[in-house]
Design a protein around this ligand. Structure first.
Ligand code: NAP
Length: 241
């Protein structure tokens, strides 16, 4: 059986990606950190689409836990393969750099950038063994243009963009593609404190995007249809730059 692993698959963009990949026929490994009820709900929705699904609970910033849960899964499922990895888990802890708490800096960097490293480090060996794979990293417009109040988040996302481009060159010959998706404002729990009415005027399409719209793009990048695209950062932001 071939599986897609989605980190932070319990809510928001990750949840929509799990559902979209299930619709495309992928079996799904749903990673989450704390919200078990939400993760169980995603598992139910995914299984209703006729594919298999398992929950993998770990904090992507915890290298030991990530390594142990993922390695255990590969050991206990020797006939299964990891075909797709979506590095989606991420958080925001906004503040001006002047007022930034060390913990705000560390948490955002450790989850977005550290999480990318911890998960991909285990997954890439499996994909090389399988002679192919798809990696999609969810970054952000903030990592492209930089956003005031988000030096931590912008730095983490920009770093993952650099890692995407470097890793794509390392593993291209192994038939593994590595791309990044950079959303603008998307309606999820992460943006519930941001007033759409106040910001939509800045966006050429005059609205926030939906998690499902982002998931369509991820589904394409995870599919055989995107076989000659690698090392790219694809924006999905309603025209906002
Ligand atoms: P969200 O609604 O807040 O969901 C975050 C997800 O990440 C949840 O499933 C959460 O799991 C999981 N998560 C958080 N910390 C984790 C950790 N340490 N280990 C494992 N899982 C963890 O966020 P979202 O808006 O869907 O964002 C998803 C990704 O898109 C993030 O990387 C974010 O930076 C990026 N993004 C979002 C927007 C936007 O406007 N929403 C724009 C650009 C980029 P639990 O349910 O267990 O807490």
């Amino acid at each position: 059986m071939k599986y897609a692993l989605v980190t932070g698959g319990s809510r928001g963009i990750g949840k929509a990606v799990c559902v979209q990949l299930a619709e495309l026929g992928h079996n799904i490994l749903i990673n989450y950190n704390s919200n078990e009820a939400a993760a169980e709900e995603v598992k139910k929705i995914v299984e209703e689409k006729g594919v298999k699904s398992q929950l993998l609970k770990f904090d992507v910033s915890d290298r030991k836990a990530t390594n142990s849960v993922m390695t255990d899964w590969f050991t206990s499922n020797p006939d299964d393969q990891l075909e797709v990895l979506v590095n989606n888990a991420g958080i925001r802890k906004d503040n001006l750099l002047l007022w930034m708490e060390d913990e705000q800096w560390d948490d955002v960097i450790n989850i977005s950038l550290g999480g990318f490293y911890n998960v991909t480090k285990v997954a890439i060996g499996e994909m090389i063994k399988n002679k192919g794979g798809r990696i999609v990293n969810i970054v952000s417009l903030s990592g492209i243009k930089g956003m005031p109040g988000q030096t931590n988040y912008s730095a983490a996302k920009a770093a993952v963009i650099g890692a995407t481009k470097a890793l794509a060159q390392e593993v291209g010959r192994r038939k593994i593609t590595v791309n990044a998706v950079a959303p603008g404002f998307i309606k999820t729990d992460m943006t519930e404190d941001i007033d759409e009415k106040q910001f939509k005027g800045l966006i050429p399409l005059k609205r926030f995007g939906t998690a499902e719209e982002v998931a369509q793009l991820v589904g394409f990048l995870a599919s055989p249809n995107s076989s000659y695209i690698t090392g790219e950062v694809i924006s999905i932001n309603g025209g906002l730059y």
